[in-house]
Design a protein around this ligand. Structure first.
Ligand code: NI
Length: 157
């Protein structure tokens, strides 16, 4: 495994649409391993392949406090959302920055694992936010485009 360089700011990779994964091979496994290691090392709760310069539809997420609930998702699609939540959001590609973003409270994602098996995962709160944020990256969208003024009286915690 290796830690990959995280692209930041105006890097063109962050603003391009990623292509679907076709080959579920060893190279994909290596990318997933590297992405997870890179995410944990940077203390993030999600990372998308374009953030490490790979324009493929691959994301990793871990929102757990103990950092032991890794989700690997290939060619993910958000198939259902409901509700609404507003909260502060950050991104490993914009270190030290945060913005208030309104997103659905619940989201269901359909994706493939590293072996090519399809699965669905339902997330609420932070997990829903992470799934939506990372899927956005695959379409060249960064959270900063969604930032709204922080509501009056909003307490970050
Ligand atoms: Ni991000």
């Amino acid at each position: 495994m290796a830690i990959r360089n995280i692209r930041t700011g105006d890097d063109a990779c962050l603003y391009k649409t990623a292509k679907p994964v076709v080959n579920f091979d060893e190279k994909l496994g290596m990318l997933l391993d590297d992405m997870a290691q890179t995410m944990y090392e940077a203390d993030g709760c999600g990372l998308a392949a374009p953030q490490v310069g790979i324009l493929r539809r691959v994301i990793v997420i871990d929102c757990s406090e103990k950092r032991n609930k890794l989700i690997e998702a290939i060619n993910p699609e958000i198939i259902e959302t409901s509700g609404e939540q507003g909260g502060m959001e950050g991104c490993l590609s914009f270190p030290g920055e945060q913005g208030y973003v309104v997103r659905p409270m619940k989201a269901t994602m359909r994706a493939y694992d590293r072996h090519g098996n399809q699965f669905e995962i339902e997330g609420e709160g932070l997990l829903a936010r992470a799934m939506l944020h990372e899927c956005d990256h695959l379409d060249g969208k960064v959270y900063k485009r969604l930032v709204e003024p922080t509501p009056e009286g909003y307490d970050e915690d």
